[in-house]
Design a protein. Structure first.
Length: 257
């Protein structure tokens, strides 16, 4: 069995005395492709930030590669949900990716031949090498997202965390985008927050449902019971479960052998 690279034990996180996550247990194994689902405000992004070491648990422990999250940062790539850029700012794709080489305490990554080679390799992984000299503001939403992932890949991380990576990509490009992530999964472990279950359906291996608590499903399937647990609704409301599952009591995300 593959080794555990993310180990969360009895973790609780509170913000201003309000519990956001409670008694969370999670083991992510090397080579996994985890889809994290759940309602808005359920704690998904908070959990990513805890794994990154950007936040500190109120209770419990988190270890990444057997280290405190901050000490494992160089082995972890992160693509946040909202990457705000000034489209008029004259920064190229290469400049953006080189930011991934930024060392702690320094304002800019050294533009060495070694760093440029690593940046070009990361862009090639995302099929964006031909755009290295293009201004970032001239790209489409999907192209920019690929560049931001290349920035996360430039240090060759063993773990890649993505928060709603297809939010700025049209529906036509989403399937291709997740196929690229499937290719990356051959070399690294991936944890992706997404509401688009159909787009990720052929790539994910396990599912983590987060809504204050966490329920981990070690197969690439989502049952009606899981959806009802994660997306509760009253009789008077339009139930999100119906919107996600299209009225079916069980949805299989990929073929099972």
């Amino acid at each position: 069995m593959s080794s555990v690279i993310v180990d969360v034990k009895q973790m609780t996180f509170s913000y201003n005395d309000q519990v956001v996550l409670e008694n969370v247990d999670l083991n992510i194994h090397e080579g996994d492709f985890v889809a994290m689902i759940g309602p808005n405000g359920g704690g998904k992004t908070t959990l990513l930030k805890l794994i990154l070491g950007l936040l500190t648990p109120s209770k419990g422990t988190i270890h990444v590669f057997d280290l405190p999250p901050r000490k494992a940062a160089y082995n972890t790539g992160y693509v946040p949900q909202d990457v705000h850029i000034n489209r008029n700012f004259p920064i190229t794709v290469m400049d953006v990716v080189l930011m991934g080489k930024l060392a702690p305490g320094k304002r800019w990554a050294r533009n060495t031949s070694q760093n440029r080679s690593a940046a070009l390799q990361a862009l090639a992984h995302m099929e964006m090498e031909a755009f290295s000299g293009t201004k970032i503001g001239e790209l489409s939403g999907g192209q920019r997202q690929r560049v931001f992932i290349a920035r996360a890949l430039v240090t060759r991380p063993r773990l890649l965390l993505l928060d709603e990576p297809t939010a700025s990509i049209d529906s036509k490009g989403q399937a291709d985008f997740f196929r690229l992530l499937g290719t990356l999964n051959k070399d690294m472990t991936i944890l992706v927050v997404s509401h688009d279950l159909l787009a990720i359906s052929r790539q994910v291996k396990t599912v983590a449902c987060v809504n204050r608590s966490l329920h981990y499903h070690q197969h690439a399937e989502i049952t009606g019971e899981m959806l009802e647990l994660m997306y509760p609704c009253t009789i008077e409301e339009t139930c999100p479960v119906e919107l996600v599952a299209h009225g079916l009591p069980h949805r299989v995300l990929k073929e099972h052998e």
